[in-house]
Write a protein that binds this ligand. Sequence first.
Ligand code: FPP
Length: 236
Amino acid sequence: MTDTDNQLRHLAIIMDGNGRWAKKRGLPRAMGHRKGAETVKEIVRAAGEMGVRYLTLYAFSTENWQRSEEEVSALMDLLRQYLKYDLKELQENGVRIIFIGERRMLDDDIIRQMAHLEEATAANEKMTLCIALSYGSRQEIVSAAQKIAALAKRGDISPEDVDIKMFSDMLYTKDMPDPDLLIRTSGEQRISNYLLWQIAYAELFFTPTLWPDFGKEELASIIQNFNQRERRYGKV
Ligand code: FPP
């Protein structure tokens, strides 16, 4: 890929607004997440059809652990259902799934199911679906720095060896290209500790649509907008 290439290889999404969607309807927040999980299925399918090679979804941040026990457990149950349902669909559509984040904070059965899905879909080549789960970008960056410091302490590298490539290779996303486009739904215009290193040159797109109302038509129109943007990567 050349620097001026507008090809959308990696799409990252912050799926926001489930709670507000539910509140507007007088429903419990968990219902918003349930509807949001349906949107996930639609968007995974649509992104594959639109030729996206990598799709990264922010499903649960390290900060989300501070939500009420009731909401965390509703989200975890949804995730369990999704992980069970998904294998057949992932295989049929050639989707490889990977997870990024602090796995050890999750329940054992979820960790096992994640590993199982990763193994079972490892050879699929059409699209990589990356789910950020218990993920926080600052922690990811700190962990990379720790790994590099340990290598230096052992004498395996010297400080001058540390470069962008080495640092990138220490991140969870080491095998993926950087996102070309980041979409956040629900009208909030923040990054919320998501892929801070990786989105250095990503195009950003904020839509007021709440995640449960998001769909493939809107995705197609955002991608069309992306295709018209000129990416200069700091050049004139
Ligand atoms: C943000 O909405 C959304 C989340 C914290 C969770 C995202 C989870 C899903 C879409 C469903 C499960 C995911 C998968 C991969 C099956 P919010 O609760 O912050 O909404 P609010 O800002 O309106 O309160």
